[in-house]
Design a binder for this molecule. Structure first.
Ligand code: PBG
Length: 321
């Protein structure tokens, strides 16, 4: 009889043969910088990740660094919105302050999208008039994204993370960065991003829910594997340095195929709805939060994820990582 249970009999034995574990340096902590609020505002289901004004955000980052977090993904949420011609002043100021205070102690990745900036909450801009009025204006969208990326990088962002899913945006961003002498700034692309029900708490936090329609015309259909892999392949060809699947927990089957097709590091985003499902289960007494979180992280690693964006990154040290 085969006896695999021998190597599972106690914790030290299990640790000896454990294969899959992230290091703390592979976990990214999301942050929401919100313009025009006076105090932290909690986000349903996201635990200690709140909407924050700059001063308290800086304190939070200081505490996170003490807790061993070194990688952050910043979502700037400006107070005023528009249709086009976005001014990235608030984001640039926030990035500048963070880098001034913490310098090279951290890597600051900045989510680059339009949905927190537009009055309609979509990730692109629309033709205002003419034959295509009301349709997405791809060229203008790419120009806006490229401009944001350039400003963020010039303000000190260590990396640009485009999450909009507009065709050709990585190429546009890469060439804008290169043209501005920012050739060293890497792009972490949300390269395989599905249209999903699991972004709910985030949209509340980023004030980015679409005011009409949905995002199905630009995000990937969850039924489509081929489209999902091709999307990451295209991002790699356009110059993305790091790729990502999102939502992570419902996309673990795609991590290895994308890595094999591109040779690039592929990470995952444990998105707000996925993370919130764990906090809400724990609130109802149905799971141990820490155990459930560690289980999901082990699965991401087992599936081949090189890095993970998770609202629980700041718990990693406490959890023994
Ligand atoms: C913006 C963006 C979204 C997320 C990250 N960047 C939401 C969306 O596409 O609607 C989701 C992150 C999360 O749910 O944790 N484009």
């Amino acid at each position: 009889m085969k006896r695999p249970m021998r190597l599972r009999q106690n914790r030290l034995m299990r640790d000896l043969v454990a294969e899959a574990r992230f290091t703390r340096g592979q976990l990214l902590q999301p942050l929401f910088a919100v313009e025009g609020i006076a105090a932290d505002q909690p986000i349903t289901g996201l635990g200690e990740t709140a909407r924050q004004p700059l001063d308290s955000l800086l304190k939070r980052i200081g505490a996170d660094l003490e807790a061993g977090v070194t990688q952050f993904l910043l979502f700037p949420v400006p107070g005023t919105k528009g249709e086009s011609g976005f001014r990235p002043d608030f984001a640039a100021k926030t990035i500048g302050e963070i880098k001034k205070r913490f310098g090279s102690d951290l890597l600051l990745w900045v989510d680059t999208c339009l949905c927190s900036l537009t009055s309609h909450g979509h990730c692109g801009v629309f033709h205002a008039k003419g034959a295509h009025a009301g349709q997405l204006d791809l060229e203008a969208t790419r120009a806006e994204l490229a401009n944001l990326a350039k400003t963020y990088a010039a303000a000190g962002a260590d990396g640009i993370s485009p999450s909009d899913m507009m065709d050709g945006r990585v190429a546009a961003i890469r060439s804008a960065l290169d043209g501005a002498g920012l050739g060293e700034t890497p792009i972490m692309s949300y390269s395989t991003k599905f249209s999903s029900c699991f972004y709910g708490p985030f949209r509340e936090a980023a004030d980015s829910a679409p005011k009409f329609g949905d995002r199905k015309a630009y995000q990937i259909d969850a039924r489509n594997r081929t489209d999902a892999i091709e999307s990451s392949v295209r991002c790699a060809e356009e110059g993305a340095d790091l790729l990502m699947v999102k939502p992570g927990m419902t996309s673990i089957d795609l991590i290895l195929p994308i890595h094999e097709a591109t040779g690039k590091p592929v990470g995952a985003y444990q998105v707000s709805g996925e993370y919130a499902s764990l906090t809400l289960l724990a609130e109802k007494g149905l799971v141990s939060f820490d155990d459930a979180l560690l289980e999901t992280w082990a699965v991401f690693k087992r599936a081949g994820a090189q890095y993970l964006i998770t609202y629980g990154a700041r718990h990693a040290k406490r959890l023994g990582l």
